[in-house]
Design a protein around this ligand. Sequence first.
Ligand code: AMP
Ligand code: ZN
Length: 439
Amino acid sequence: MDLKLYDTLSREKRVFQPIDPARVRMYVCGPTVYDYAHIGNARPVIVFDVLYRMLRQIYGADHVIYVRNITDVDDKINARAAERGISIGELTRTTYENFKNDVKALGCLPPTVEPRATEHITEMKTLIERLVASGHAYVADGHVLFDVPSMPDYGRLSNRSLDEMIAGARVEVAPYKRDPQDFVLWKPSKPGEPSWPSPSGIAEQGRPGWHIECSAMSWKHLGETFDIHGGGIDLVFPHHENEIAQSRCSFHTPFMAHTWMHNGFLQVEGEKMSKSLGNFFTIHDLLQDWPGEVLRFNMLRTHYRQPIDWTLKGLEESYATLRHLMGEGTSAAPQFAPGVIEALSDDLNTPKAIAELHALHARGESEALAGSLAALGFTQRPRSRREVDKTQVEALVAQRLAARKVKDFAESDRIRDALTAMGVILKDSKDGTTWEVAP
Ligand code: AMP
Ligand code: ZN
């Protein structure tokens, strides 16, 4: 059966044909590690995990290479580390650890490679020097800029007019740019910011722009061209447009990735998720209230290219549906049933795949159902939800802390036991006490 995937660049659903079926290669832009990932960030992670699992079934687990990078050099990282008074290394390390725990709880397999930007500075500089040498980039005022007019078919992915690109992405107009569309490959570092010796004869130390990171990491781990490049729809412009420009002009190739895939955006209760609206949820927060499988299932009930409205009602339905489908939680080796793989082969139609799971359930095909659930990343029946009163738990945690401060260990143990009885597990560390609901 053919696998069909929608390609953002050609704007059509096409039969997927790997460049080398013995080495199917996929790159997905990963997180910038400065804070807990939010539930919108979980969408590409889950969607491309399903695709990864499918590719592994079709081509064999050893024949698929999935690269998801970690952006560990960025203005937001510098600012947050300074704000918290910790080193950049400590911030990126702990944020990455949290991310790893979150996505594991969401039932995602680790990618084959998780490269870090700061470990690929040499490759970035090599690409930058190639671009300068071939006239696709220039040095100005301590920066290296990509010369957009040097690439006649720049803009094909986002297919926008120049005016729209400038307006939409707030392309920075700077005096050192030859053309307002030109974008930064390398820039000077301010005092206290991470910096490396610069390429292209620039005397001052500097640091890479964001876009060049992904061109360098995909090149290092997947080669000059590869099969699938993915990320959220917001990355089409300028990030992916610029990745294409950098990679194609460095290697003189007609394409960077064969298939460009983008997930739609996630909203919460019909509104854009934002801290100021009070509807901002990290994966970590949601995992306090919901088993990871339920979050994963809720994400897959909507086709990945559609916008998704994340609601409490939807989560409750997902919880009930998954408990129903998983029955007593019979486990099986991961294997997609034919109807399920057929649905997924049509541009990852997960809502249709879920309808197929219901059909398997209705027909009593429990073996095929369990195999398909496992193949989709559902191996455990979600635990029954214990309703804990967060305010009450937080108050007890604070009381216990106060007891410990005055060395009243009998009282502190009594409170811990009371919390255990409520199904709450405490974790003490040097940074304080966190809690979670027991599985
Ligand atoms: P960022 O850390 O902002 O670069 O985002 C990491 C990934 O999450 C990218 O692939 C984004 O496109 C994606 N993403 C960010 N916000 C959302 C959202 N609200 N809905 C869906 N995907 C998102
Ligand atoms: Zn990227």
